[in-house]
Design a protein around this ligand. Structure first.
Ligand code: HEM
Length: 448
């Protein structure tokens, strides 16, 4: 029988309770909570919340009993932007959409997107100048946004529609406000944040509906994601997507498909700059594979083993999606504790992927952990490593992201070494995604 007692908790602040403690330092707060046990308790505003900190319990929530949970508040709130896109949709409708979208991300299909990845990577590598300083977080965002624009709409987002980039940046910046208490109300007030947010949303809607109308009118199959979405049909029901559904999926893929990868790349370059031995090995692989300074090609992807391990290790230490939230839609029991319907259940890959019980020298950057064949898969099966989530809600763009991350690291580092500026502060901003708090200004140094 589940115990009716609550799991251990921290003493709440007398003003603002746990919520303020969480807001002040989400990771610090979680690190304190997990010291209390594999299940701990706190209150998020008025809502009971349970932090789960064991691979078996994470599997229980995300896979075995996934049907007892919906997405947490953050994604529920994101519906005001993303509608019924894959990230925010639930239940049978989510499964139907997922069946229609998944083929666009099959291995063979993704190979056709790889050329856009190396082309844009090479273009950026050509733009950079020896000795100059760049905001690498912004550069990576620009790069991945261009790539998703090209693969999704066959559009040159940078040249053709600068407004897309600007609107996307605004949305990402303001997305975090959706997490604030009373954000439902704030969103409707004529305050500057809400106005900027709505304006950015309108801009993107205009552009995306423009793409949809154009493509429907021409009937052309350009082999990009948009064509796939417009032609997709649910095998079971035979249903096709409405324009509104295609819009929701486009915006979802646009947003989910670039910021996370950009953050992973930024952290990878940061970690390399702080670990010269590993950086040498990484550069060594590139020099061996591209002795004459050739630009990496899509078919080089399987040979970039050390590069892939660097990307994997960067996402172990700094998972771009650092926490998963779930809302219990029925009562559940975890480790003997009753989790009542309406509670929030949280699993943090940031905390679990640095847990010394499962990872030796967890705070040390060691790409070697992921060098042997199947290392990522095996760690995933044990639920020790899950930067892309798990179960029915597992990231649909995972293969896309691996290929993009690895090819871009190789394409940029083949030519350039990135050095952190001595005055650059490092910190984390764990909100909707995990980002470097103070940006990432780095100096570009020519390698060859
Ligand atoms: C390093 C890069 C990426 C990381 C770390 C990442 C991480 C994740 C995670 C953890 C989830 C699950 C969220 C949850 O269960 O609540 C997810 C879902 C999703 N991701 Fe990614 N992602 C990345 C790149 C991408 C890319 C490139 C795309 C598309 C082009 C994408 C599209 C999506 C979508 C549509 C979902 C929702 C899937 C569903 O609920 O069925 N992601 N991602």
């Amino acid at each position: 029988m589940p115990q009716n007692i609550l799991p251990p908790s921290l003493k709440p602040n007398w003003i603002g309770g746990h919520f303020l403690q969480f807001r002040r330092s989400p990771i610090g707060f979680f690190n304190e909570l997990v010291k209390l046990g594999d299940v701990s308790f706190f209150k998020m505003g008025g809502q009971p919340a349970y932090l789960i900190n064991h691979p078996d319990l994470a599997r229980d929530v995300l896979v075995v009993n996934a049907h007892k949970f919906h997405k947490g508040r953050a994604l529920l709130r994101a519906k005001s932007l993303l509608g019924e896109g894959l990230l925010t949709n639930e239940g049978a409708s989510h499964l139907s959409q997922r069946r229609m979208i998944q083929p666009a991300f099959h291995r063979e299909r993704i190979k056709s997107y790889a050329a856009a990845m190396t082309d844009y990577g090479a273009k950026m590598a050509d733009e950079w100048q020896d000795g100059e300083v760049r905001n690498i977080d912004k550069e990576m965002m620009r790069l991945t946004l261009n790539i998703v624009g090209k693969t999704l709409f066959d559009a040159n987002v940078e040249d053709e529609a600068d407004e897309v980039g600007a609107a996307m940046t605004t949305l990402i910046e303001l997305f975090d406000y959706l997490l604030l208490p009373f954000s439902e109300i704030l969103e409707k007030l004529p305050i500057p944040h809400a106005r900027r947010f709505n304006r950015a949303k309108e801009t993107l809607d205009k552009v995306i509906y423009g793409f949809i109308n154009e493509r429907r009118a021409s009937g052309e199959d350009k082999g990009d994601l948009l064509s796939m979405l417009l032609h997709a049909q649910d095998e079971e029901s035979g249903a096709k997507m409405s324009d509104e559904q295609v819009r929701d999926e486009c915006l979802t893929l646009f947003l989910a498909g670039h910021e996370t990868t950009a953050n992973a790349l930024t952290f990878a370059f940061y970690l390399l700059s702080q670990n010269p031995d590993e950086e040498k090995k990484f550069h060594g692989e590139l020099d061996a594979l591209f002795p004459n300074g050739e630009t990496p090609k899509p078919e080089d992807y399987p040979r970039l083993k050390y590069t892939e391990a660097v990307f994997a290790e960067a996402m172990r230490m700094f998972p771009p999606a650092w926490v998963l939230g779930r809302l219990a839609i029925e009562d559940h029991e975890i480790s003997g504790y009753k989790i009542p319907k309406g509670s929030l259940v949280l699993v943090s890959m940031y905390i679990l992927q640095r847990d010394e019980r499962f990872w030796a020298d967890a705070d040390v950057f060691q790409p070697e952990r992921f060098l042997h064949e199947n290392a990522v898969k095996e760690a995933g099966q044990k639920f020790l490593y899950f930067p892309f989530g798990a179960g029915v809600r597992r990231c649909v763009g995972e293969q896309f992201a691996w290929m993009e991350g690895v090819l871009l690291l190789a394409t940029l580092a083949r030519k350039w070494k990135l050095n952190l500026l001595p005055e650059q502060k490092f910190g984390l901003s764990p909100m909707m995604t995990l980002r470097p708090k103070y940006g990432m200004r780095m100096q570009i140094q020519k390698r060859r």
